[in-house]
Ligand binder design. Sequence first.
Ligand SMILES: Nc1nc2c(c(=O)[nH]1)N[C@H]1C(S)=C(S)[C@@H](COP(=O)(O)O)O[C@H]1N2
Ligand SMILES: [Mo]
Length: 505
Amino acid sequence: MDLGFPWWLRVEHFLNLVFISFLVRSGIEILGTYPKLYRSQHTVAGTAWAQFTIQRAPKHKYYTVGGEYDDYSPRLSLPGRGLLGLGRYWHFITVTGFVSSWVIYFVLLIFTGQWRRYVPTSLDTFTQAGHDMLAYLAFTVPEAVEGMPFNAVQQLSYGFVILVLTPLVIITGAFQSPAIANYFSRLTRAVGGRQVIRTVHFLCLLGYVAFFVVHVLMVLIHGYAHETSKMVFGSTDLPVAGGIIFTVSLIVVVALHVVATRWTLADGRAVERLHNVVVRPWSNLLYRLPARMHYSRSNVSGEDVGLQNTTHNFRGSGRPPEAKEYLALMANGYDDDYVLEIGGYVERPMSLTIRDLRELADGHSQTTLHHCVQGFSSIGRWRGITVSDLLDLAGPLPGATDVVYTSFQNMGRDDALYEGGTYYESNPMIEARMPQTLIAFELNDEGAIPAKNGAPVRLRMETSTGFRSLKWLERIEVVNRYDIIGQGRGGYFEDADFYDRNQLI
Ligand SMILES: Nc1nc2c(c(=O)[nH]1)N[C@H]1C(S)=C(S)[C@@H](COP(=O)(O)O)O[C@H]1N2
Ligand SMILES: [Mo]
């Protein structure tokens, strides 16, 4: 019997299995680097409402979020071993396929009238679904709705997954992007803020997993061959062929996961190249969304207390430099000694003290939410001068394409969690010119920035994830190419850890 499942719907059904399973595994990788869920945007230690780790954050000494990493097994997450950057690459590569196919599917549902099969048209469907549940509980198989290929419980659950869960997971996923969340800043706050949205995104993951388990159970209860024949041929006529073809395609999906995981662990840079081809064309569009986020003073995350990490604080990542010049600066009171050099491809190279910066900044401040790529957030009020204003003063020469920032910090020397050399970061001009790309010298109106948050001067980039907001800034250089600096990827974490420099998501 032909059940009226058109070919495109059957293709979509299969693609969803591929996409959603990749999204779930790479999603777990992302979650694992900060396996905690919060209601509050301040992500204060000890206030998570859920956590998926046995690590406990020590309360009284300064610890960095880098230490809250969990690395899951490659059998669970894609690719496993705490490789957040690569997990993100897979998440976004898959998102590209998942969202495009869902849009096509949605349009076809509407135009062919197929949507009617998934949307309950009367309350009777709900009553019927109740009876169906009782039938299942009594270990019997309920009747299909008249003229439909499935029963009321199935109709409701499919409708929910296609028309509620999927749009919700896409929207909450989109709002994990700092560029999107900070551009639609009011909306982000109106629905409870970043951590609430992150929590809902996680609940969507649970929703898919729960649906998958029940869905598979139902297929088994209704008869594997019979059901897979519907999935493959759209009719119940060819149960043996359906069963075989579907089983083979399941094996293919598992094989895809194994191959993708091994390939990623063996050659992360290849996955990065795939990501750059598939994802950057759309993620780069987000450069058109300049951050316009303004929290009020009362939203700021607590008081700063230097290196102490108390419950009221702006969370920290990375350890302060142990370079002699830096330690001397901090010991002497850097107000007079610190000079920020701006050089390279500019007409007027400059050396600016904090006092100069203060004068030039003319009172500019921005109260913004920090998005760490791992997942924590804090709200801070940053006083500083925009990079755009500094560029106007220094006058980039023709051919200048990027701005490179170098830190006093050397990761291998200063932070036991990392290897490698000097921390640096860079902006393409379009990003350097954004209204909230800032050279900051004061946090929360307290006169300075605490050491752990980047004293005396740091970068703030509100459209991007936190790792690009370089702390402990030593100098700025305008360049005509960035690919000859470091290992050529534009920043310390880009070189060391498969993080994307075009990190707007
Ligand atoms: N020099 C340097 N800058 C850095 C880091 C670092 O380790 N070293 N960590 C980055 C990361 S991963 C984040 S999330 C933010 C954290 O800023 P915060 O410590 O003020 O919260 O700084 C970024 N800037
Ligand atoms: Mo971070």
